[in-house]
Design a protein around this ligand. Structure first.
Ligand code: IMP
Ligand code: MG
Length: 186
């Protein structure tokens, strides 16, 4: 049976909000260049949409990480599956994520990336679930939407590698037996 997906944010709502956030970023980075770091795989749709709206010079790099999802014991340590191609020395780095949940992934990643001596490092996320935060020290500089504690898909976000391609954000109405946590590769 196909999963039921309830629309949380329409394509138009997401589009409009990305325009606003891009404008804010354009203002903040006026006169500078941005080195965008896309966190694969979930961040890829948002990164592209955001990048298209940026008017300052942009370079892009990609990183893939994994950590333990809900239902498994997390050490808070994240594995780097694919590292960046370029050094960060002296660059104004903007990390682009699909969603910040516990904050474990980003808190670890920011520490790792800081050691590579960027000029600055900021964080931009499409979605934030503030209620779920464990790592309170993670500072999110740009958030498109704060959402309730529900499992969402679409716009890059997956459930079991499905639904990344949906052009909107939806909530999966999960079968009880399929909702146990496991290691997810983003
Ligand atoms: P954190 O380390 O707990 O902040 O984990 C964030 C990562 O968990 C995100 O980058 C997503 O890959 C994944 N994640 C968290 N919540 C959701 C969700 O509602 N849908 C899909 N993936 C999610
Ligand atoms: Mg992710």
């Amino acid at each position: 049976m196909a999963d039921k997906i309830r629309v949380l944010l329409t394509e138009e709502e997401v589009d409009r909000r990305i325009n606003e956030v891009a404008e804010e970023i354009n203002r903040d980075y006026a006169g500078k260049a941005i080195h965008l770091i896309c966190i694969l795989k979930g961040g890829v749709f948002f990164t592209c949409e955001l990048a298209k709206r940026l008017k300052v010079p942009v370079s892009m790099d990609f990183m893939s990480v994994s950590s333990y999802g809900a239902g498994t014991v997390s050490s808070g340590v994240v594995r780097i599956i694919k590292d960046l191609d370029e050094p960060l020395e002296g660059k104004d780095v903007l990390i682009v994520e699909d969603i910040i949940d516990s904050g474990r992934t980003l808190s670890y990643l920011i520490e790792v990336l800081k050691q590579r001596n960027p000029a600055s490092i900021r964080l931009c996320t499409l979605l934030d679930k503030p209620e779920r935060r464990v790592k309170k020290q993670v500072k999110v500089d740009y958030t498109c939407f704060a959402i309730p504690d529900e499992f969402v898909v679409g716009y890059g976000l997956d459930y079991d590698q499905k639904y990344r391609n949906l052009p909107y954000i939806g909530v999966v109405e999960l079968d009880e037996e399929n909702s146990t946590g496991k290691e997810a590769v983003r």
